[in-house]
Design a protein. Structure first.
Length: 70
């Protein structure tokens, strides 16, 4: 590999808006990286994700394509 061609790859702290922190490696400048959401507070990973159907699209689909009872 060529010398002085690749950026520095160093250990940084990732700080989430929820207060959670963890360490990772990155080529970004600085020692910290601030993020808005992480696996500790994301609804998909915490199990709090909900399907919001404000326009009634799911009910409309189910009514249209409902199988007849045999």
């Amino acid at each position: 590999m060529k010398e002085k061609f690749h950026p520095a790859y160093h250990l940084i702290d990732v700080v989430c808006a929820c207060g959670s922190t963890f360490k990772t490696r990155s080529t970004t400048q600085g020692d910290t990286l601030k993020v808005e959401i992480c696996s500790a507070c994301h609804p998909f990973f915490t199990g709090q994700q909900k399907l919001v159907d404000t326009a009634g699209r799911v009910d409309k689909f189910l009514k249209r394509y409902k199988r007849p009872q045999a």
